[in-house]
Design a protein around this ligand. Structure first.
Ligand SMILES: [Zn+2]
Length: 223
């Protein structure tokens, strides 16, 4: 008996653990794929805020948010290893931008060099991800912890509490999303046949909202 040939199966498979079962369609994981719409909406809204309301952090984070949404959409639609790599690389672009903005704010570098400084964080992270994919979660965690420590130092220097309201929103939503991500990937809460709702999809929506709140936080506390 012939096995059905499903779209994208000729490409090497990504290995990120996910609850949603892949269907034999061009969109392999419908719930996980379509939930990336949150990145498009909030990314576009950030760019709107930049152009109309002078949100100085809206443009960069808006572009990163749309990049993440696009990469994640293709990664979940195809399940291919290459796009899974690009998905993580897109996430690292937002982390690198945040780190570069911190360096500019602390006068370590000048604003005209922003793209070069983004590359300083982004290129080594992506090279590590490409050559040693097993380090994927470690690079992710290093970025998150490093940026949290950096943020706490900057807020402390401004005599503001770390959990100031705008930061609470960004971190709270991110933490909620991370719990959903863990419950989904460990399959503790999992219905693989549900193609409308998945906790990994909630992680996508939480991430999009968290980046949005982060950009607004920086608008308030990086004058
Ligand atoms: Zn995802």
């Amino acid at each position: 008996m012939n096995e059905p040939i499903c779209p994208w199966m000729q490409y090497p498979r990504g290995n990120f653990p996910l609850c949603e079962e892949a269907v034999c369609e061009w969109i392999r994981q419908p719930a996980n794929t379509f939930s990336n719409v949150g990145f498009f909406i909030l990314g576009a809204f950030l760019i709107y805020l930049y152009s109309v309301k002078r949100s100085s952090h809206g443009l960069g984070f808006g572009i990163c948010t749309i990049l993440i949404g696009t990469a994640s959409f293709i990664a979940h639609a195809t399940g291919a290893k290459l796009f899974s790599f690009i998905d993580f690389a897109a996430i690292f672009s937002a982390f690198s931008l945040y780190a570069a903005k911190n360096m500019i704010y602390t006068n370590t570098v000048k604003i005209k060099n922003v793209l070069a400084v983004v590359a300083l964080f982004f290129i080594p992270a992506v090279l590590l991800l490409f050559y040693i994919p097993a380090l994927r979660e470690i690079i992710f965690a290093t970025f998150v912890i490093g940026l949290l420590v950096w943020e706490s130092k900057i807020l402390k220097a401004q005599s503001k509490p770390f959990l100031i309201r705008s930061n609470q929103k960004a971190l709270g939503v991110f933490l909620f999303g991370a719990i959903c991500l863990a419950l989904d990937s460990s399959r503790l809460v999992c219905d693989p046949h549900n193609h409308f709702f998945q906790l990994h999809a909630v992680w996508h929506l939480s991430c999009a909202l968290s980046i949005f709140f982060l950009a607004r936080h920086l608008d308030q506390h990086r004058p």
